[in-house]
Design a protein around this ligand. Structure first.
Ligand SMILES: Nc1ncnc2c1ncn2[C@@H]1O[C@H](COP(=O)(O)OP(=O)(O)O)[C@@H](O)[C@H]1O
Ligand SMILES: [Mg+2]
Length: 374
């Protein structure tokens, strides 16, 4: 006979009410406490899987010591996908002040049939679940689904928020650079080019009035010289908007020159391999590759502790692949991503390319960029 199950129903009700009142991040903080209160447990902890390990996500205990939950780490891994209600193992007593847990509930957190974590609750004395039949425990399954949704998506939300923040800083920086660039160009146009053009115009007006052909011819030589100089000035201004080396020498020579300077100043050896780089590439591709190599090499010097770097640049069909591989310590888990890599990723995405990192602890980081050439 199925016993009366007001407890679970009221828990489900309370939970759904709490969910509609809190934001996801807050309910995550409060759930273990709520769980304890509603189910009248003496302690409760949530573990969430992280690679092959479980980390304590949140615990709540009204009378147990703060360490009690660690004794439960060993249990959760052998869980079935169903809720389990069992006699508590003896180890629980070591961490529990004022008594030994008699019973405990293990509730797996499931995502697409995979166990992503576990919720543990324990009772020192009598538990309201004591009267439940095994099939009634299945009523807890929807709760486990809900819990796993809440706990397993939080890190994604946090990562998204961080990325949003970095992007907004990046955007501001780009705006500022653009503004500075505009100011420089407008100053240069006004001071250098504007002055000379005015002077040319004035001289042309004078020559227009003159009937002395020899005089006119003499002045035209001078004017042609000034015009030539102005043309060079205009070129200089436009080159300043792109790295001069890249503009003048092309990608391969510009990279070789940058790499030589880099090795001279840092002592880090760089091997540069390239295939099919003979022809000029589209302007935006050249600049993305050049900037990526600059940033990648700077990062190696600043963060990697590497002794050498290998740069591979291959053009094949209508695709370009750039790889920058160092032999350093690899990237530590990123707390917050810097603007260098993020900016690079955004530029690549704008050009409809792909950007990805290959990280090996103690063996270095490889930065990969794949760009379409159309
Ligand atoms: N080659 C590398 N080796 C190890 N860690 C790296 C490497 N490149 C980047 N990192 C890590 O990634 C973080 C982000 O890099 P980046 O976006 O360029 O920002 P920044 O260089 O300003 O810190 C760095 O702070 C560093 O911890
Ligand atoms: Mg950087």
């Amino acid at each position: 006979m199925v016993s009366e199950n007001k407890l679970l129903l009221s828990f489900l009700l309370e939970l759904s009410e709490a969910l509609s009142n809190y934001g996801q991040l807050r309910i995550q903080e409060e759930l273990p406490k709520l769980f304890c209160e509603v189910i009248k447990a003496d302690g409760c902890a949530v573990y969430v899987q992280k690679i092959n390990n479980y980390i304590l996500h949140k615990q709540y205990s009204s009378s147990a010591s703060s360490h009690f939950a660690s004794s439960w780490r060993q249990i959760g891994w052998n869980l079935s996908t169903a809720a389990v209600y069992i006699d508590a193992p003896e180890t629980a007593g070591r961490y529990f002040q004022g008594g030994i847990w008699q019973r405990c509930l293990l509730l797996p957190l499931l995502r697409e049939d995979k166990i992503e974590g576990v919720l543990l609750a324990g009772w020192a004395g009598a538990s309201p679940l004591d009267g439940l039949l095994q099939e009634e425990l299945r009523l807890l399954q929807p709760i486990s689904q809900l819990l796993s949704d809440i706990y397993c998506t939080t890190h994604l939300i946090t990562a998204l928020k961080e990325r949003e923040k970095s992007l907004s800083i990046l955007y501001q920086k780009a705006e500022q650079e653009l503004e500075n660039g505009r100011r420089q160009v407008s100053l240069a146009l006004h001071d250098e080019v504007g002055q000379v053009l005015t002077s040319i115009l004035l001289q042309l007006n004078i020559l227009q009035q003159s009937e002395d052909l020899d005089y006119v011819k003499g002045r035209l030589g001078g004017l042609s010289h000034i015009t030539q100089q102005t043309l060079e000035e205009v070129r200089r201004i436009s080159h300043n908007l792109r790295p001069a080396l890249l503009e003048n020498l092309g990608l391969q020579a510009a990279l070789e020159s940058h790499i030589k300077e880099y090795t001279d100043s840092t002592g880090i050896a760089v091997e540069f391999r390239h295939h099919n780089l003979e022809e000029r590439l589209p302007d935006d591709v050249e600049i993305i590759v050049y900037r990526a190599v600059q940033e990648g090499l700077t990062n190696v010097a600043r963060h990697a502790g590497a002794s050498s770097v290998m740069i591979n640049l291959t053009v094949k069909g209508n695709k370009l692949l750039l790889q920058i591989e160092d032999n350093g310590k690899g990237m530590e888990e990123r707390k917050s991503s810097g603007l260098g890599l993020l900016g690079m990723e955004e530029r690549v995405k704008l050009a409809k390319g792909k950007f990805w990192l290959l990280n090996q602890k103690d063996q270095g980081l490889t930065l990969n960029i794949l760009l379409p050439l159309v």
